[in-house]
Design a protein around this ligand. Sequence first.
Ligand SMILES: C=C(O[C@@H]1C=C(C(=O)O)C=C[C@H]1O)C(=O)O
Length: 383
Amino acid sequence: MHPVDGYAIGQSFFFGTKDASLVATGHSVTLPGRSGDAGMRAHAVLKSLGPNEILVGAVPFSDTAQAHLVVPESYQWASALEGQPLAVTGPQSGVGECVPSPQEYEKSVAAALGSIHARQLDKVVLTRSVEVPLQRPLDVPQTLRILRHQQSDGYVFACELPERRTLLGASPELLISRKGDTVRALPLAGSRPRSGDPHVDTTRGLDLMESDKDRREHAFVVDTIATALAPYCRELSVPTAPSVVAASRMLHLGTVITGRLLPDAPPALALAHALHPTPAVCGTPTATARAVIDDLEGYDRGFYTGMVGWSDARGNGQWAVTIRCAEATATTVRLYAGAGVVEGSTPESELAETDAKLATMQGVLSHYTGKVDNGRSIHTVAG
Ligand SMILES: C=C(O[C@@H]1C=C(C(=O)O)C=C[C@H]1O)C(=O)O
């Protein structure tokens, strides 16, 4: 038994790394949840409640949408969750409903490339979502164990949202963590699918490291994060080159950024707000990229590409970027994936990247959904 087995739909929260798990239940106080100064306001409320209080939850991509941040009635830290292999997958259950469709997504990437060539922006991250019916109710603890098994590093999470929706996933990307005066971020950008063969993956990793397009795509993120953190830090270490980070089905370029904060630096959630949305999930410049996303994507990302995590009253916390995730109701599950578009991108390669990223959660959830085809077969027939 692990405290995660007490996970209750509508009430609980789970956040786990390879070292520890946080399991929280209920909400005594719901915190102010819009972006901007929400991080500081939430911290003030938390501090007023007492030194042992924490807040947990998720912040959406949009800075005008409502966040879901709560002070739980109870919480406990427990050991890391033991992974569980994915045993059986259900039968093929047909095509998921895609927004935008694969064809529309490729058109949007082409339109974004037009804006990049016209020098209106340098990078924009365009995403897709697929909704799939559930064939049986989702077992959250079991899904979290499967996610832990697949993603040995990284951040496994489940967060109860209003209207009995469950946000869950395994993110390989750390927006920011703060422990005492030490901060850490692990931004990811620039990706290749994994092959299942370690030798092929080594070659793909080298290819990623040598790809000018992926290195530029990555550098936008690192530069933006380093610039945003610098005013709060007395030391900031930013490696000059990224390394290859292996997620369950993807290889990414990643850079471990670490810093020592100045006295009176903001608490973890406020630092996270200062960084969000990074060009890993939005683009460069941020405001132009947001406008292009609003114009081209055609759906509301909700909590996907926001942040999920916890903070304590001392200012510590861990906030992961909400990717490789799904949002489940009692009867459906919506999956998400996106890819960064820069000079050198092509519509086909970015669509393929989103398919590869969708496969992470599709594989994990296939036990509940059957195998899902996210519109590519329609694409092939039509094309
Ligand atoms: C938007 C997503 O991923 C982001 C985009 C990446 C890229 O374009 O290479 C890599 C990791 C993430 O920062 C996603 O996984 O859905």
